[in-house]
Design a protein around this ligand. Structure first.
Ligand code: KG4
Ligand code: ZN
Length: 468
């Protein structure tokens, strides 16, 4: 197996590097571009030291144990570093070292220049291998288990969905009126391997065909996240695939790349059960928060209003549906109508609670449909107002909406209307991909992978991690 160097390997590896008068230390390993990988088979049998400088690699040293030569270990080490984000690989070799030159030529390198007296007593030959035309498709396997959906997906190049499986636990949790974290974690454990298998079958692919594994590491329910992270790191270890950690909200945003290629700069409005954020992105995978909720998230508020008016779990979608059967008759407050990009929904939530209590104290019947309609209108009004202001002030023409609440029909309708009028390119995920799914994690995972974002096998799940 080929893997990154562990600190505990230094002594063994230095024995190999001694011939080059080179020694690795904790300090040299901290150098910005330096990378070391090793080939392990009953101990370390090969070492490759190289510098990854943005999209170029310079090979410093490659050594194979003398009892393990001619077994293709050096070739395997070279192949390992040929990832999609690398444009070319260069190295210097002694002019007289014909076997080494032949070896590199066999591996696709060509002689590119002579370095006069590179080795003091001898010229060096600069050899180069270009990978630019090699750009092959990249398949990311995504895993999402942050709440009550066990989902696995394979996405090609961050935009083409090959196969997705989503196993929802909603029916189980609806018996309790909400997600029960312990039950959710247990159900993930029971189902995740089957979901992976089903996804691979659907895609007609095997783990060998996958380039990297992306997983939601947070935020979410900690027990649930742990299952996804453990499974992803195990697969990464067994199949020797890079492990890419993905923030759940980055996933929601990139669900839009499955609809149409994201164009920058853009503003993303993220509305979910745990988030209400306005985010500015000037390029892929660079997120700048420009505003957010000061208290409840929109989805959370929908779910609480649903409870108060006796609408069963899951509340959000049902309140949305109910709103079409009523009229905007209740005078609910407009949530935080100021000059900032921040939101506050606790006021409107309390207003609904007070309204329902007061009416019931007076013995009056409340009209659920009218409350749903009035509530939805106030929410949609404030979301559109602040979002359109951000687009104008940031001089941006691309808007994305993301997160579970982007399934809301009122939001979809109103934003479509306004964006059409104002010439803004609006993207909203297909309904199926508004709520939690692994296709969005695989899509985001592709861009994280391209940026070189990697996790070690001890990837920690985090219930509250921030994207910013
Ligand atoms: O993104 P998501 O699946 O989970 C989180 O990451 O939070 O979002 C779930 C939230 C829930 O609060 C749910 O009630 C809400 O999205 N939601 C809706 C609608 N569909 C889902 N809220 C309003 N209208 C909808 N149609
Ligand atoms: Zn979510």
């Amino acid at each position: 197996m080929i893997r990154k160097l562990y600190l505990s390997d230094i002594e063994v590896v230095n024995k190999y590097l001694k011939n080059f008068n080179y020694e690795l230390t904790k300090e040299t390993l901290n150098r910005e571009f330096l990378n070391v990988i090793v080939y392990e088979e009953n101990g370390i049998k090969g070492v490759l030291v190289y510098s990854l400088i943005y999209d170029r690699i310079e090979i410093d040293y490659i050594v194979v144990d003398k009892n393990y030569r001619r077994l293709g270990i050096a070739t395997k080490l070279l192949k390992y570093i040929e990832t999609n984000d690398v444009k070319n690989i260069t190295l210097e070799v002694r002019e007289s070292n014909i076997p080494a030159i032949r070896f590199y030529e066999k591996n696709g390198f060509i002689k590119s220049a002579i370095r006069k007296n590179y080795y003091k007593d001898e010229n060096g030959i600069l050899m180069i291998k270009s990978l630019v035309n090699n750009m092959k498709d990249t398949y990311i396997l995504g895993i999402e288990s942050s709440c009550d959906e066990t989902s696995v997906s394979i996405v090609k190049n961050g935009c083409d969905e090959i196969a997705t499986v989503i196993l929802s636990q909603m029916d189980t949790h609806s018996n309790y009126g909400g997600v029960v974290p312990e039950i959710a974690s247990r159900m993930h454990v029971e189902n995740i391997t089957m979901v992976i298998e089903e996804c691979l079958n659907k895609a007609k692919m095997s783990m060998e065909d996958v380039d990297a594994i992306a997983v939601t590491y947070g935020p979410g329910l900690i027990g649930c996240l742990l299952i996804g992270c453990s499974v992803a790191s195990t697969l990464s270890y067994i199949y020797n695939k890079p492990l890419v950690p993905v923030h759940h909200i980055a996933g929601h945003i990139y669900a839009n790349n499955l609809v149409s290629k994201m164009e920058f700069p853009l503003i993303a409005l993220v509305v979910s059960g745990g988030h209400t954020d306005l985010i500015y992105m000037e390029e892929d995978y660079k997120f700048k928060k420009i505003g957010g909720t000061l208290d409840d998230a929109v989805g959370e508020c929908y779910d609480k209003v649903a409870r108060v008016i006796n609408v069963p779990y899951p509340g959000g979608p049902l309140v949305d549906k109910l709103s079409y059967e009523g009229s905007d008759t209740y005078k609910l407050p407009i949530p935080l109508d100021d000059n900032t990009y921040n939101f506050s929904f606790s006021g409107i939530k309390s207003a609904v609670i007070n309204l329902v209590n007061n009416e019931s104290n007076k013995g009056n019947e409340i009209r659920k449909e009218d409350i749903a309609c009035s509530f939805q209108n106030r929410v949609v009004e404030i979301l559109t107002k602040k979002t359109m202001k951000a687009l104008k002030e940031y001089n941006v023409e691309n808007l994305l909406i993301a997160g579970g609440v982007s399934a809301n029909s009122g939001i979809r309708k109103k934003f479509t209307e306004i964006c059409n009028k104002q010439g803004i390119k609006l993207t909203i995920p297909n309904i199926k991909y508004c709520t939690d799914n692994a296709a969005m994690i695989a899509a985001a995972g592709y861009f994280a992978y391209k940026k070189g974002i990697r996790a070690d096998l001890d990837l920690k799940a985090s219930a509250t991690t921030s994207l910013f």
